[in-house]
Write a protein that binds this ligand. Structure first.
Ligand SMILES: Cc1cc2nc3c(=O)[nH]c(=O)nc-3n(C[C@H](O)[C@H](O)[C@H](O)COP(=O)(O)OP(=O)(O)OC[C@H]3O[C@@H](n4cnc5c(N)ncnc54)[C@H](O)[C@@H]3O)c2cc1C
Length: 610
């Protein structure tokens, strides 16, 4: 689901026309023939010190950091192309889904849950240089120290909060000078890293300020920055940080690859789909097989292959190469070289559920004449609604108990002025459900609270459909497979519903109506049974999938060890979000980048003289 909170505040004809023109232009790119531009040409059977599969959030970091060592030859293979221009404009990020820059994955439905959805749930994953960091919503959240301590407790001693914070800082280049006057923020962020972290050039700040204030009435305190604040009490909320450079997206392509692409020891090949890791009889990785624009190539490696293909493709590639659950591989006629039952397991994600709050139109915050020129403002100085995404930049983290040391829930807000275009942004829902959501928007403003459950119990799995690398693997997401996740989501919703009794929402006569979901009509509104039913049918994905190559000491359930080396294989590591044993308390791009930074140093520490 997506929202046009920013756009809804700018319903003037000029911006709409311009935005439509941009959308049209973006869409036409899908039909422009691929120039098959591959950056570098590399002869078949060329040998490298390191081969990296996937130029995403983590893989791009690894390519940059390893190629800093001038005597190492590094090859980076990316299945997608170079990012198109619309990746740069934050508001256009949603137009990238279901284009050639997306893998077009869908999850397998269990036929019981998510019945309010029109189609099987789509998982958007970036297929482009920068990977999902080129197509995501750019919110920058590191996670909580508690998260990384749980990784340590799982038997991964290097991933202490202290160590991971060192690598977050190594990546960061915080640019919001106003914030840096605060000593806590100054000391939290890195200032010399390649990755620009900033604040969106938002146009809806006055309204978001009111929303943040409303949280404080229900015990969720407003702080300056969620990465610098310590979590205590019921939680905190703030204007979010973002990976945006003065109104333009900062991906790992722009931050890490662009700066390294002219190094003579780094070769980057786009439109290069790796179909197999080559393993010898002793389970040592000696190269990869890759399809470059339809032509099969093999590249060889002296030291290591590093797989950074992301949460779906990494386990798929391991299994195609003979690393995975023996019975499953044999059932697909793949000979099993290393029996690793954990490959593809431990799949989890942040589910989300929308909570619609309606209210009278807020008094006009912005000058209508100025809004007409919002788009021009973007062209002129990169401000205006195009400089941020459809969500406002207010985020909240909270828990049920005030004794918790970490958050259980995250919430975002999308704001739609009356009679907005919200319908097209919630089009994942069936028509009757959608009608039920939009009907009050005819004469009321709509505040969609997005609730995220941060620590789900349910675990899904990725497994092969066939042994053909071009056949997509099956994604069994198993949302709400564990009943505790339903109750947790209901509890989170009930906290959010308290907002309607806070002063700002009271002033606009806010209310949360029953949404028409035929399966739930028998339940009294607003009972727990209603909300349980609502949650079961309405949940979707925040695109924070992790865990399918879990890090841990035991090859019975983990795929990589503390140093990200694949158990039972030499010369092979996984460095991406799939190694997370547990998902972090927040958005997962910053942690994936941190994993790229720390994984790179692990490699350097192993091979370079001390
Ligand atoms: C729509 C969306 C919105 C999001 N919003 C946010 C947000 O606001 N903030 C945030 O922190 N996180 C967000 N995330 C999540 C975050 O972007 C991801 O968790 C993170 O990018 C994952 O990094 P990764 O390196 O594991 O994988 P990716 O970045 O997905 O990289 C994997 C790369 O490998 C390539 N690849 C895969 N297989 C092969 C192969 N066989 N051969 C060659 N190349 C291959 C892929 O094409 C891709 O480029 C969002 C994600 C999405 C999809």
């Amino acid at each position: 689901m997506s929202h046009d909170g920013a756009c809804a505040t700018t319903t003037g004809a000029a911006p709409q026309l311009f935005a439509s023109a941009l959308n049209f232009f973006a869409a036409t790119q899908c039909f422009v023939p691929d120039k098959n531009h591959s950056f570098n040409k590399v002869p078949d059977l060329e040998t490298f010190d390191f081969i990296i599969v996937g130029a995403g959030s983590a893989g791009s970091v690894v390519a940059n950091r390893l190629s800093e060592v001038s005597h190492w030859n590094v090859l980076l293979l990316e299945a997608g192309p170079k990012p198109p221009f619309e990746t740069e404009i934050p508001w256009l990020y949603r137009t990238l889904a279901r284009t050639r820059y997306d893998w077009h994955y869908v999850t397998k439905n269990d036929g019981v849950k998510q019945k309010a959805l029109k189609n099987p749930l789509a998982w958007i994953r970036g297929k482009v240089l920068g990977g999902s960091s080129s197509t995501n919503a750019m919110i920058y959240v590191r996670g909580n120290d508690h998260d990384f301590q749980t990784w340590v407790n799982e038997g991964n001693p290097s991933w202490t909060p202290e160590n991971v914070n060192y690598y977050f800082k190594k990546a960061e280049n915080i640019q919001d000078l106003k914030l840096l006057r605060d000593p806590g923020i100054f000391n939290t962020y890195g200032r010399k890293g390649p990755l620009v972290v900033n604040t969106f050039n938002s146009t809806v700040r006055k309204l978001t300020k009111k929303i943040l204030k409303s949280y404080s009435y229900i015990g969720i305190e407003e702080v300056l920055d969620v990465n610098a604040a310590e979590f205590h009490g019921k939680g905190f909320c703030a204007i979010s940080r973002s990976t945006a450079r003065r109104g333009v997206r900062e991906s790992t392509y722009t931050a890490y690859l662009k700066k390294a692409k002219n190094r003579r020891n780094l070769k980057i090949i786009t439109n290069a789909f790796v179909t197999k890791i080559l393993l010898n009889v002793d389970a040592k990785a000696y190269g990869v097989e890759v399809d470059i624009n339809g032509k099969r190539n093999r590249f060889l490696v002296k030291r290591e292959v590093i797989v950074s293909g992301g949460v779906v493709n990494t386990p798929q590639l391991l299994m195609l190469s003979g690393i995975g659950p023996r019975e499953h591989l044999l059932s697909k006629n793949i000979s099993c070289i290393v029996d690793l039952p954990g490959v593809g397991n431990n799949l989890h994600d942040h589910l989300y559920v929308p909570v619609p709050i309606y209210g009278d139109e807020p008094e006009e915050e912005e000058n209508k004449a100025e809004l007409m020129f919002d788009v021009v403002k973007y062209l002129y100085n990169k401000t205006g609604y195009l400089a941020h995404t459809f969500l406002t930049d207010a985020i909240a983290f909270f828990s049920r108990s005030k004794d918790m040391a970490y958050p259980e829930f995250q919430s975002y807000t999308g704001i739609y002025r009356k009679n907005s275009t919200v319908r097209q942004f919630i089009d994942i829902y069936k028509d009757d459900v959608l009608e039920s959501i939009v009907r009050y928007n005819a004469d009321k403003s709509l505040y969609v609270k997005i609730l995220n459950v941060l620590h789900p119990y349910s675990r899904g799995r990725i497994y092969l459909n066939t042994s053909n690398p071009y056949d997509y693997p099956i994604i069994h997401a198993n949302y709400l497979g564990d009943d505790r996740d339903i109750q947790d989501t209901v509890d989170g919703i009930k906290i959010l519903t308290k907002l309607v009794n806070t002063p700002y929402f009271k002033s606009i006569k806010a209310f949360i109506p029953r949404i028409h979901i035929s399966e739930c009509n028998e339940y009294k509104y607003p009972s727990d049974l209603y909300w349980r039913c609502y949650v079961t049918h309405m949940i979707a994905s925040m695109s924070h999938q992790v865990g399918t190559s879990k890090m841990g000491p035991n090859p019975e359930d983990a795929v990589v060890n503390n140093f990200l080396k694949v158990h039972g294989v030499t010369g092979l590591r996984v460095i991406d979000a799939s190694i997370m044993p547990f998902v972090t308390s927040g958005n997962t791009n910053a942690p994936a980048i941190m994993i790229g930074e720390m994984g790179s140093d692990m490699i350097k520490n192993e091979y370079l003289p001390k």
